[in-house]
Design a protein around this ligand. Sequence first.
Ligand SMILES: [Zn+2]
Length: 68
Amino acid sequence: MRILVLIAIGLLLYFIIGNLLRKNRQQAPLIGEKMVQCKHCKLHILEQEALRSSDDYYCSQEHLDESK
Ligand SMILES: [Zn+2]
């Protein structure tokens, strides 16, 4: 009976630690990636997803074109 309790505690710890590791993995890219603002609509986007025109960033091709 004692071994079942140990297995239950082991599984519980496994799930808790697994959840914590998953949460850290999801948050890590957000900390590492830079947010930029669309010059046209002021929407915040990730730098890697933004369209860049000289020193300005845009959320979409339309906004880049409209700001020209
Ligand atoms: Zn925009």
